[in-house]
Structure formats: C-alpha cells, structure tokens
Design a protein around this ligand. Structure first.
Ligand SMILES: *Cc1c(COP(=O)(O)O)cnc(C)c1O
Length: 388
C-alpha cells in the first residue's frame, strides 16, 4: 500500500485484512453453527458491508440510527439479520425498531414489560421479532471501570436478584421472551469467556433452558494472533448442548481489527523540554480512544521512547494542551512533510470522530489488492457547520 500518494489526514480501510478477519469468524460459525454479527458501534463503514456480508450473519446496533444502517446497508441488500440493544428505549424509537429489527434486546424485564404490547402487536401483523433480556452475571475481568459493565452500580444488564424480583411481581413476564444476552468482555481471549460462562449458568441456567438463544455479546478478540479459537468453539458447543439454544456473538473490534490506518503529515517540530512534533491529525478529534481508553497506537517504523535515536512527543494541531498522541522514537529526525502512519485505526475511530476546534474529519479511502485505492468519503467545512 503506497501511503505517500494519499492526501492527509485520511483513514485507509484495508479491505483485504477485513476479509481475512471475517474468514476467521466464519470458520467459528462453520465449526459450531453459531451466528456472528458485526457490532456497528466499533465500525460502521457500510461501503464494505458487502464484503462482510459474504461471511457474517448480520449486524447489531446500539439504537435506531445504527439499526437503520444495519437494516438498509446489510439486512435488506444481503438478506442478513438486524439486532439492537439499548439500555433504555423511547416509544418513538420502539415504533421504528419493530420495523427494522429481527432481534430486540432489553436491559431488564421492566423495559420488556413496557414495550411488550408494541412487540406483540407487531408480531400479530406477521413480524418475526425475537426479544431478549440483557443479563448481568456479575463477573467481568475488565480492569478499566468505564469499560466494565459489571462494576458495582452498573446500569447495564439485569442482575439475578432484580430479574427474579420482577418475575415475582409479574409471574407471566417471561412469556414472549426468546433469549438472554450478556456482554461482559473487552479485547479478551476465550479463557475469559470460559471463566464467565459458569457465572451465567449458575445464575441464569434454569431460565436459559426455556430460551431459544443466548447472545455472548462482544469483546471476543477472535482475530488476534494469540486467540484460542478452539476454546471458543468448546464454549459455544457447551452452551448449545447443555441448553439446546442457538448461540450468537456480536464482536465489533474483532471484525475490523488491524484493518485500517490513519495517515498523517508532520506540520512542525520543536523543542520544549522534549522534542515535539505537531501533526495534521488530532488525538482528541480523530483517535479519541487514545485519550479515553487510553492506549498507544502503533506507528509504522517507530519505537518506544529512546528505543531509536530520535524521540518525539507527537501532538495534534488543536488548542487542547492534552491533545497528545504519545512519545515515539524514530531512526531519523522528523521533518516537516514526513508521513506517519498509525495502525489499527478502523475500529472505534471514524465512529467516534468529532470536529472540535473546527478540525476537519479525515477523508476515508478503501484499499484492496484488486482495485487499489478508492475514495469513499471526503469531508469539509459543511460537515463542521452542520453540527454547530
Ligand atoms: C460494545 C459492544 C459490542 C462490541 O464490542 P467489541 O469490544 O467491539 O467487540 C457488542 N455488544 C454490545 C452490547 C456492546 O456494548
């Protein structure tokens, strides 16, 4: 891929890598008969949904807009499933979702009760809508609290005591519920899933016996080099055999892991206690997870601070003091006009971009071996203006 030819800053989606990831996920589907969906909150470049739809079963959404994208860009054109989960729905949203979705997952039994009539009405009209409840099994190995749905006081998913209290007050409330859903993982291997399932089973196993499916949520880093796919297959098979249920997975990251770049140019360099370089791309606007997660993206040809001869603190061109991408070292001094290429930039990047400081959104290109680069999106002043 020739990074010197593109106008910066821009994202490049590596469609071949995307396809490679999807093939790995498809192999899990073939071995187990499970279904795997793309979680669009991580990656929503619908220009590549045709490629993804060759392998996966559909999309999941975090609300109406993503559900629409999933339905119109993958569901209808490729005959795939559209799922949604949101912690709380409005009446207006539910009116749209019953038209858009095959699966609707509720955060607890009260939310289900609130919308049950709407669902039953849609079902009577011939819509095959499956409904599920997100459970909180109280077990997660995620150490960063803002990503841990099981921390004390979490609003995500229903705990067993809450679930059973709701049943106690409404004995027929489970009528019409088809499945259970949990999402407790983030960038983790299948050993974490293996340790999580006993909690799910011990608490909710007796209810699962009457369900049609269970959704293992996202956070499964299936396409990472050291991921133990065999253990995932065992976990899926175990649940299928024990409870006679269909199994869904809805990874986001794993679908587009390492399938994108952010190409930037050095605008200026200087020295204030440390060598610094200002780039034409911003952590705050174009890679917000660098500040939020936080994490350190890889740059092609760079090393850790002081590993190579020339160390720089890389920052964005905004006025935010903390718009720092990180400290990196290079073999040669950085010069104005040099290109820096950030890796693994397809996920949680374009979907989280913002125009703070009036920063432009980077253009998006799609690249594959066969056709080379194709321009997918360009952005300018109007995109900023529309939002403020
Ligand atoms: C975030 C999320 C996903 C996708 O998670 P990844 O870490 O990107 O795999 C799937 N399902 C739910 C409910 C989520 O909140």
């Amino acid at each position: 891929m020739d990074f010197s030819r593109v106008k910066t800053p821009c994202y490049i989606i590596d469609e071949d890598k995307l396809e490679e990831n999807c093939k790995i996920l498809q192999s899990v589907m073939e071995k187990t008969n499970c279904k795997i969906l793309l979680a669009q909150k991580a990656y929503s470049c619908y220009g590549t949904y045709g490629t993804i739809a060759k392998y996966l079963s559909g999309t999941t959404a975090s609300g109406v807009n993503e559900a629409k994208l999933g339905r119109y860009e993958m569901g209808i054109p490729y005959g795939k499933e559209t799922h949604v989960f949101k912690p709380a729905y409005t009446d207006e949203e539910m009116d749209e979702l019953v038209e858009l979705c095959d699966h609707i997952v509720f955060n607890n039994l009260r939310q289900w009760k609130r919308f049950r009539d709407k669902i039953q009405k849609a079902r009577k009209k011939g819509k095959d809508i499956q409904c599920g409840i997100r459970i909180n099994p109280g077990y997660s190995e995620i150490e960063t609290p803002i990503y841990n749905p099981c921390f004390a006081g979490s609003r995500l998913g229903t705990t067993l005591s809450e679930f059973e209290k709701d049943i106690q007050y409404n004995p027929d409330i489970l009528e019409g519920v088809d499945g259970l859903h949990f999402h407790t993982m983030c960038e983790q291997n299948s050993d974490v899933l293996e340790r999580t399932l006993p909690f799910v089973e011990k608490m909710f196993g007796k209810y699962l016996k009457d369900m049609k499916w269970i959704n293992f949520g996202g956070g499964h880093h299936v396409t990472r080099g050291d991921y133990d796919v065999e253990k995932l297959v065992e976990c899926i098979s175990h649940m299928q055999k024990t409870y006679d249920v269909e199994v869904y997975l809805e990874p986001g990251e794993a679908v587009a892991l390492n399938a994108g770049y952010l190409v930037s140019t050095v605008l200026d360099t200087g020295y204030h206690d440390i060598n610094y370089a200002i780039l034409d791309t911003s952590a705050a606007c174009h890679m917000p997870d660098v500040l939020e997660m936080p994490y350190r993206p890889m740059i092609i040809g760079s090393g850790n601070p002081n590993e190579k001869d020339y160390t720089y603190r890389l920052g964005g061109p905004t006025c935010l003091a903390g718009d720092i991408i990180g400290d990196y070292s290079f073999d040669e001094p950085l010069r104005e006009g040099d290109r820096l290429v950030f890796c693994d930039m397809a996920i949680y990047s374009m979907v989280k971009n913002n125009t703070f400081n009036g920063m432009n959104l980077p253009d998006i290109l799609i690249h594959n071996e066969k056709y080379g680069f194709r321009e997918y999106k360009t952005f300018g002043y109007e995109d900023f203006r529309r939002r403020v």
